[in-house]
Write a protein of this length. Structure first.
Length: 175
């Protein structure tokens, strides 16, 4: 399955001129719940992806910031290396539902561990980026993982992006 890269290249080339690669905000359903997902990417010397996911009902927010080196290292660990710009195109394609090859899921740490422990071939590429000992001492119990799944003819590759809990909205702001 080929990604529709051509249309993204135009945006990427324009973004290189303007130092901004992409800025997408959309409503996305994960497991029946609606979330507002914001993706922005800035390219100065290296690329950076910023993700914000907000539960539309509770307004709780999770966010993550990833540089090009982190993304490329993550994809290398899965055994299916992607350059930063390619990964960004895949992520945008998944958010806009413009490719059947790329999909998204939002998991808790518990969900992710259950998938890892299953030992099935479908859990290829899962790495949370943190060790079990650091998980015990961190506030990862409310962390979420955006799973970018790339499906090709005989393979499914999962790229997990850790999202830190940013908390519920400030009641003063909501008034």
């Amino acid at each position: 399955c080929a990604l529709p890269i051509f249309s993204f290249r135009i945006l990427l080339n324009w973004g290189l001129i303007m130092n901004t690669l992409t800025n997408v905000t959309t409503v996305y359903k994960f497991r029946g719940k609606e979330y507002l997902v914001s993706l922005s990417s800035v390219k100065h010397r290296t690329g950076t992806i910023e993700l914000k996911i907000t539960d539309k009902k509770s307004l709780e927010e999770w966010q993550g910031l990833y540089d090009a080196a982190y993304i490329e290292n993550l994809t290398q660990k899965t055994g299916n290396f992607k350059r930063f710009d390619t990964f960004l195109s895949m992520l945008k394609s998944a958010l806009l539902n413009s490719s059947q090859c790329v999909s998204l899921d939002l998991l808790t740490l518990e969900d992710l561990e259950m998938l890892r422990n299953r030992g099935s071939s479908h859990s290829q590429g899962f790495t949370t980026g943190t060790s079990h000992s650091s998980q015990m001492f961190s506030s990862s119990n409310n962390r979420r993982y955006l799973i970018v799944t790339y499906t090709v003819e005989y393979d499914r590759i999962h790229y997990p992006l850790a999202l830190e809990y940013a908390g519920p909205p400030d009641p003063k702001i909501l008034q």
